[in-house]
Design a protein around this ligand. Structure first.
Ligand SMILES: [Zn+2]
Ligand SMILES: [Zn+2]
Length: 206
């Protein structure tokens, strides 16, 4: 029969790219080692307009330090970000760089028995699953309003054309500066005259 406890305990697979084996580190407080890996981005690193494409290369540098409670992890990651420009909806690409620090307590200590506080992280045997903390750090760093370029002019409020494509001369007659509004009214009168060749009935020279 199975000896599994009633509440299943998930042990991370040691070969998962975001799982680190702490055996080489030892338990002597103060011992540290760092490791750099290129890992494939896990799925679901997204906010509304931007995200890290699943499987994209993420450069991850992790420093593991033995402390009396367990292992202190300082992580550093650089991830590519793709999204939609918040102003003009064209594709926007960037990258995020995040650093974070997290303590992984040893699961055999009294702290582990104290409860299942979800804010705390525990070593699972000698293994340390970096994914939850990594995920939190990256998602928090994703831009809420990504831009295709820092000075993106957005879309024309009048016709919706992308202003970067339309050129600097793009405007609509109705969007006149208020100082010209009175002149605009005069133009309506003389304008009809120019179009059909006939003098406007209520023209100023009538
Ligand atoms: Zn844009
Ligand atoms: Zn327009």
């Amino acid at each position: 029969m199975s000896q599994l406890p009633s509440k299943p305990v998930t042990h991370p697979a040691p070969r998962h790219p975001l799982v680190f084996d702490t055996r080489a580190l030892g338990r002597q407080p103060g011992t540290a080692r760092s490791e750099t890996r290129i890992v494939p981005a896990p799925a679901g690193l997204r906010v509304a307009l931007a995200g890290v494409p699943a499987g994209a290369d993420i450069k991850l540098t992790v420093m593991l330090e033995a402390v009396s409670e367990g292992v202190l992890v300082t992580g550093e990651a650089v991830a590519p970000v793709t999204g939609e420009c918040a102003r003009c909806l064209e594709p926007a690409a960037a990258s995020v760089e995040v650093t974070w620090c997290e303590l992984y307590e040893r699961g055999d200590g009294p702290a582990a028995a104290a409860g299942d506080d979800s804010d705390r992280h525990f070593l699972q045997g000698d293994l340390l699953d970096l994914e939850p903390a990594f995920r939190d750090a990256v998602v928090l760093a994703l831009p809420l309003a990504p831009l295709c370029r820092p000075d993106c002019a957005g879309l024309c409020a009048e016709c919706g054309v992308r202003l970067a494509d339309a050129g600097p001369g793009h405007n609509h007659d109705r969007t006149l500066d208020p100082r010209w509004a009175r002149l605009g009214q005069l133009d309506l009168g003389t304008g009809t005259g120019r179009q059909d060749g006939a003098r406007a009935v209520e023209g100023p020279e009538g």
